[in-house]
Design a protein around this ligand. Structure first.
Ligand SMILES: NC(=O)c1ccc[n+]([C@@H]2O[C@H](COP(=O)([O-])OP(=O)(O)OC[C@H]3O[C@@H](n4cnc5c(N)ncnc54)[C@H](OP(=O)(O)O)[C@@H]3O)[C@@H](O)[C@H]2O)c1
Length: 239
């Protein structure tokens, strides 16, 4: 059964990793998926894979922290079916990985701003459409680093922690207007975000497919219930 038939899902960071897995699973349930990230080749490859399996996928290349590029991408998305039912704010990155005492101020602010701005920009641009529809689902992919302190991750953690509060305020503001807002906070997931040489044993990390399955569960709940926040950890806990 296609549980998301006739819905349009905008997924940021949909070119690889967790976002690509979410896109595949959401498309399998009949939604039209629109992928946004910066690297065109990866977006094209994920969209192509979805189409090979009979799904419908579009992609637009944009930096989520660039408001005007995102405005254009959201307008093009609305050009497809004049609606957006699902927004998954998944784009994110770690650039500043250093103890605060040795951190590079420019990299630090770039990491904090880039992650947080991207989430805010996309919500700000999509929300008017969902409010007009009187329906919609927004899932923000945050991190256990937004609620627990990890050495060397201050900028990323601050971005994810602020993203969690943004999610909570948003949920409070729009839940009575038919919009469901959820936060998913994963622990370590085996993706490219860890770079070539991860200090953590990758075999113990969560598979991106498992995070996607959690998101799909949230998106396919009946309308009487909403998932506020989910913490999903590797089986062995925080690695
Ligand atoms: N992997 C983990 O252990 C883990 C744990 C907790 C939370 N998370 C969160 O999960 C989300 C997905 O991460 P991932 O692990 O799947 O990492 P990933 O494999 O590096 O994928 C990140 C995706 O986000 C896109 N992206 C990054 N910056 C962007 C920007 N400024 N504008 C547009 N797109 C951008 C990337 O594409 P381009 O580079 O082509 O733009 C890519 O498609 C992130 O928010 C991350 O913080 C990951």
């Amino acid at each position: 059964m296609e549980r998301l038939k006739d819905q349009v899902a905008l997924i940021t960071g949909g070119g690889r990793g967790i976002g690509a897995e979410i896109a595949k699973q959401v498309a399998q349930q009949g939604a039209t998926v629109v992928l946004i990230a910066r690297t065109a080749e990866q977006l094209q490859a994920t969209a192509e894979l979805i189409r090979q399996y009979g799904g419908t996928a579009f992609w637009f290349s944009a930096d989520v922290s660039d408001m005007s590029a995102m405005r254009e991408a959201v307008q093009k998305t609305l050009g497809i079916a004049d609606r957006i039912d699902i927004l998954v704010n998944n784009a994110g990155f770690i650039r500043s990985y250093a103890p605060i005492a040795q951190s590079d101020p420019d990299e630090w602010w770039h990491t904090l701003e880039g992650n947080l701005k991207g989430m805010y920009n996309t919500i700000r641009l999509v929300l008017p459409t969902m409010l007009e529809q009187g329906s919609g689902q927004i899932v923000n992919i945050l991190s256990v680093a937004g609620m627990r302190a990890f050495n060397g991750l201050s900028a990323y953690s601050c971005a994810k922690s602020a993203g969690l509060m943004l999610t909570r305020v948003l949920a409070k503001e729009v839940r009575k207007q038919g919009i469901r807002v959820s936060a998913v906070l994963p622990g370590a997931v085996d993706t490219a975000i860890w770079g070539e040489e991860s200090a953590i044993d990758r075999s113990k990390m969560i598979r991106p497919e498992s995070v996607a399955q959690t998101v799909l569960h949230i998106l396919t709940l009946p309308p009487d219930a909403t998932v506020d926040e989910v913490l999903i950890l590797p089986q062995e806990g925080i690695l």
